[in-house]
Design a protein around this ligand. Structure first.
Ligand code: PMT
Length: 399
């Protein structure tokens, strides 16, 4: 079922950054976003921006006629599963701490019974002012979740605490607060993701099209469901989810070494990385010069990399669950079943990477889950986050 997140924007310079947050949340199929802006916030960025990004009218005025709600501030408050105030100015923090309801957003805050995330952002001296700190303490005592601001250069040229945290961090916090399923609590999950890279010389290397989106989504989902997560990542430009133990690696050999070292302490192992099957047999220590290859040809001898999941499969301990992917362009189910057996997996996620909207780089995936009992479950095209949730559901079912 969809969850409704209210994003309350108050009048600070960081309010323009919330466009990214609303855009990010609106892309999630399981989230409805309602944007509420104070009058001061509309001086920094227009409601039209948020209307366009969220796909629905922005609420700005306590007195505005609304066809959607019988009584606007009560209707919005009752619809919420989570309320986020970002950026939260010193003034608005004070209003919330003292129950002042003199505009739409502050009135909604009094009617609201959903959890609240407050993301303060302001000048350092204002943030450190004992009055503001006392108000934040009061909100924390009332059960509000308060995010610490980041440090750095502020819009007013001061340097210190008060910057809005990264949007990705706020997004992660929201996802954590929305998630009430903690079925992986006490479990440790090891996930690999991204592409491995094999050096040819100090300049060139062999890699593949994996971006890490699928593996990072799995790591994030496991984290949200209460697990301790180790994410071993090959090359990727993605930001690892806040809270995972992140181990970046380069080659298949390096990834294999880390995975073998971490395997004994983990309950679930998921291989989503696109591990290169070959590496240069003789890596050159110096740059290979074009002019030394007279016939415009360079013959590269390749040799096999370790099969990481197969090695882990040999050492699998009782009760440990192992999951692999099969990225195929043909004979999907037959090849996937073979890999399930060869690598001693509990289930495999068969991924026809030639399909539009599936596989490398896309935000969605189309997969079929096959388990050892022979159960075959094809899933429709869904976001990689939802595929990740389906994979974790299956792992939990097997426990
Ligand atoms: O990262 P994205 O851009 O989001 O793309 C997602 C994805 C397409 C990479 C992902 O969905 C996927 O299919 N990952 C597996 C890619 C792969 O290497 O598939 P494979 O069929 O070649 O390997 C089978 C399994 O063995 C995989 O779990 C793989 O991680 C593992 N393997 C493969 C080779 C090797 N040397 N060691 C391994 O452990």
């Amino acid at each position: 079922m969809k969850k409704t997140v209210g994003v309350g924007i108050t009048g600070g310079i960081a309010s323009y950054k919330i466009a990214d947050l609303v855009s990010r949340l609106s892309k999630d199929e399981d989230i409805n976003v309602i944007v509420i802006m104070t009058e001061a916030a509309t001086k920094f960025i227009t409601p039209l921006t948020f209307r366009t990004l969220s796909g629905r009218d922005v609420a700005t005025d306590l007195w505005q006629e609304s066809g959607e709600w019988k009584v606007q501030h009560i209707g919005i408050a009752e619809a919420l599963d989570l309320m986020v105030i970002a950026p939260a100015t010193a003034n608005f923090i004070a209003k919330m701490a003292h129950g002042i309801a003199d505009d739409l957003l502050s009135t909604i805050m009094l009617a609201n019974t959903a959890p609240v995330l407050v993301v303060p952002s302001m000048n350092t001296n204002m943030y450190e002012n004992p009055i503001v700190q006392a108000n934040l303490t009061k909100l924390a005592e009332y059960g509000f979740e308060i995010m610490n601001p980041a440090s750095g250069k502020l819009a007013c040229d001061a340097v210190g605490k008060g910057r809005l945290p990264d949007i990705e961090e706020i997004y992660e916090k929201i996802r954590q607060m929305l998630n009430d399923k903690k079925d992986l609590k006490g479990k440790k999950v090891l996930v690999n993701a991204g592409t491995t890279c094999e050096d040819i010389d100090p300049i060139r290397f062999i890699c593949n099209r994996s971006t890490g989106k699928m593996g990072y989504a799995i790591a994030r989902e496991a984290l949200l469901r209460g697990a301790e997560v180790i994410l071993v990542s090959g090359r990727s430009t993605l930001t690892p989810p806040t809270g995972v133990e992140f181990i970046p690696v380069w080659s298949a050999d390096e990834m294999c070494e880390v995975m073998l070292q971490k395997q004994p302490e983990c309950d679930i192992i998921i291989g989503a990385a696109a591990v290169g099957d070959f590496k240069a047999a003789n890596k050159s220590e110096i740059k290979i010069k074009k002019r030394e290859h007279k016939e415009d040809k360079l013959l590269l001898e390749l040799t096999s990399t370790p099969d990481i999941l197969k090695e882990l499969g040999k050492r699998k301990k009782t009760g440990q669950i192992m999951v692999g992917f099969a990225a195929e362009t043909n004979n999907l189910l037959e090849y996937a079943r073979r890999k399930l057996e060869e690598k001693n997996l509990d289930f495999i996620v068969a991924n026809d990477v030639s399909e539009e909207g599936a596989g490398f780089g896309s935000d969605t995936n189309i997969v079929t889950i096959i388990d050892r009992r022979g159960e075959v479950k094809p899933l429709p095209q869904m976001s990689k986050e939802r595929v990740a949730a389906a994979i974790i559901d299956k792992a939990v079912e097997l426990f």
